[in-house]
Design a protein around this ligand. Structure first.
Ligand SMILES: O=P(O)(O)OC[C@H]1O[C@H](OP(=O)(O)OP(=O)(O)O)[C@H](O)[C@@H]1O
Ligand SMILES: O=c1cc[nH]c(=O)[nH]1
Ligand SMILES: [Mg+2]
Length: 216
């Protein structure tokens, strides 16, 4: 299932639009903070679908029957661009467990690339709700490979994917390979270049958040 959060008017669209803006992109801190804010809003939206229980809460004046999240999700993210979006999710699911995956594009001289995973750090995933964040869902290859790796570690009961911007082709691929996932997107773009960049997209999210890196 794909949920495009820009279909409803909300502040989230302002933040996605700032992420895309070449002028605003000069402010790296604002770029990261906007990704965080999108992570916070996606966390809030996902929380509406999660199981809650009633607990008795002692207030200074009496007992309140309050709703409380009945289980904590595992927040998984893909290094490095996922970190800011992940931080936003973690600010809301502040008791969540965390998983980190080093999926990156390994570029070849002919311009093609493949996804390399060298490192994964995760809690037990059996029967857990897992929320995987990555700001750019381009070809979808990083996410699909990440899900395959995580599934080798355990069998999550639910998988959510959080992306700031996704593109149509990538969404098709992820939906085909991980049909059980619920995909939450800040916005959806139509095009992708031969080099795997979303158009209009925003450019390279990892570089914009953290600076250039040497090619690998
Ligand atoms: O959907 P895909 O085609 O797999 O592309 C998306 C991936 O590309 C980017 O990572 P990148 O390789 O640029 O690494 P970085 O986070 O270190 O910049 C981005 O953060 C995603 O993980
Ligand atoms: O457009 C894209 C595609 C992949 N990764 C990015 O950072 N941007
Ligand atoms: Mg990058």
């Amino acid at each position: 299932m794909i949920i495009n959060l820009s279909e409803n008017h909300s502040l989230l669209s302002n933040w996605v639009s700032e992420l895309r803006d070449v002028e605003v992109q000069n402010d790296r801190m604002r770029f990261r903070r906007n990704l965080e804010r999108i992570g916070e809003v996606i966390a809030y939206e996902i929380s509406k679908t999660l199981p809650f229980e009633i607990v008795e809460t002692q207030t200074p004046l009496g007992i309140s029957n309050s709703k409380k999240l009945s289980e904590q999700p595992v927040l998984a993210t893909i290094l490095r661009a996922g970190l800011a979006l992940h931080q936003g999710l973690l600010s809301y699911f502040d008791k969540g467990d965390n998983a980190f995956v080093s999926a990156y594009r390994k570029h070849h001289k002919d311009g093609s690339f493949e996804i390399e995973i060298e490192y994964i750090s995760t809690p037990e995933l059996d029967n857990r709700i897992v929320i995987i964040s990555d700001p750019m869902l381009a070809t979808g290859a990083s996410l699909v490979k990440t899900v395959q790796f995580l599934k080798n570690e355990g069998k999550p009961k639910d998988i959510h994917i959080a992306a700031a911007i996704a593109c149509v082709d990538g969404l098709e691929y992820v939906t085909r390979e991980v049909p059980e996932a619920i995909i939450w997107c800040g916005d959806i773009d139509e095009e992708i270049t031969a080099k795997g960049y979303i158009v209009p997209g925003l450019g390279d999210a990892g570089d914009l958040a953290y600076g250039n890196k040497t090619q690998n």
